[in-house]
Design a protein around this ligand. Structure first.
Ligand code: TXA
Ligand code: MG
Length: 325
């Protein structure tokens, strides 16, 4: 059920009172607070179980507000904002005085975006300020792409959940740092590298996932409970069946090149042929395999072009080494 006008008014009131609102965006659901209220922002970290050094994204109702939140707006940022906002692109810029250090993890830069979702935009307009929001999941877990995911994961810890239906992009925004001479992709996401390069007229560097480069970008992230194992597409079936025979409860994200292949595994999800549909469904598939009790998930990486780059990035992180308790 999509949020009504009165739901939006109520949510804006919760934000004004320093509460937390889960809000839909085109990428994933966010856990929002008044960006200018340090106590409310700190509660986000408590609810998520996220280290306070991990910076958040400030969501704005329109590109025209950008100058109020950052120190300066370089030409590259203006160009990208004009072309891609509202949309799944986050820009990292120099922090303006309005943004408390609680929201930036102590950094002198701030991440900002204008989400492309009618409910998010209505909330931002009714509220009038900036809403700082990470994905509405516990730290390190799979991001939510429906209001039900949020309710299941955060329950009463969030004061109000705005339902805007399932997220259309399904993976988080692309983060581009525009504070330096050369713009740099910090996280691949809903806006493709190819689209960014076409607008900027130069090639962009995408960091590997093997190193922690910015706070909040750890190798193990976006991870379901089940362990994710990445194998070559042609080995997915044989490896999955072997693990199942060895007594595991195996989930399979079956590449679309093997339609209708019977696989002896606990749960098999054939991933969509369309990369956009795969991105939209990815986190739901991982949650589903968890819910069905899988302890291992076999998957392979799609071609790393277009939105496939973001899918591969999330699968690599989901399969990354996990912190030991
Ligand atoms: O699509 C999205 O971006 C979603 C929706 C809710 O907008 N949000 C999201 O937030 O994915 P979160 O907190 O899960 O991821 C934000 C990432 C952090 O991992 C952090 O690394 C990066 O943004 N970030 C934020 N501020 C930064 C900064 N000043 N410098 C570098 N990276 C920053
Ligand atoms: Mg997140």
């Amino acid at each position: 059920m999509t949020a009504s006008t009165s739901d939006i008014e109520k949510a804006a009131g919760v934000l004004r009172a320093g509460g937390l609102v889960a809000l839909p965006t085109e990428t994933v659901y966010g856990l929002g607070a008044d960006a200018e209220n340090p106590a409310a922002v700190s509660r986000i970290f408590e609810v998520k179980g996220r280290p306070p050094s991990h910076p958040l994204i400030v969501h704005l109702g329109g590109a025209e507000h950008l100058g109020d939140w950052v120190e300066d707006v370089p030409a590259t940022a203006r160009l990208l904002a004009e072309r891609f906002w509202p949309g799944p692109l986050t820009l990292v810029l120099r922090r303006g005085h309005r943004v408390p250090l609680e929201a930036t993890g102590g950094l002198e830069t701030v991440a900002v975006r204008v989400p492309d979702h009618p409910v998010a935009l209505a909330l931002l307009s009714a509220f009038g300020g900036g809403v700082t929001a990470p994905s509405a999941n516990r730290f390190g877990q799979v991001s939510p792409t429906t209001a039900d995911h949020v309710r299941a994961e955060l329950g009463d810890a969030v004061d109000f959940v705005l339902d805007g239906g399932p997220c259309q992009v399904g993976v988080e925004s692309t983060i581009v740092d525009v504070t330096g001479e050369i713009p740099c992709i910090l996280r691949p996401g809903g806006v493709t590298r190819e689209d960014l390069e076409a607008v900027l007229g130069c090639p962009l560097v995408v960091p590997s996932t093997s190193h922690v480069r910015v706070p909040g970008q750890h190798p193990s992230h976006y991870a379901p409970r089940a362990r994710v194992v990445l194998v070559e597409p042609e080995k997915v079936v044989v490896e999955a069946e072997l693990a199942q025979e060895l007594g595991h409860r195996v989930g399979v994200l079956l590449p679309p090149c093997f339609p209708d292949t019977p696989v002896r595994a606990h749960v098999v999800v054939t991933v969509p042929d369309s990369m956009d549909a795969y991105a939209r469904g990815l986190y739901g598939f991982l949650r589903e395999l968890d819910e069905q009790g899988c302890d291992l998930i076999f998957a392979s990486l799609p071609a790393e072009e277009g939105i496939g780059l973001a899918i591969a990035n999330r699968l690599r992180r989901a399969a990354g080494p996990r912190p030991t308790a």
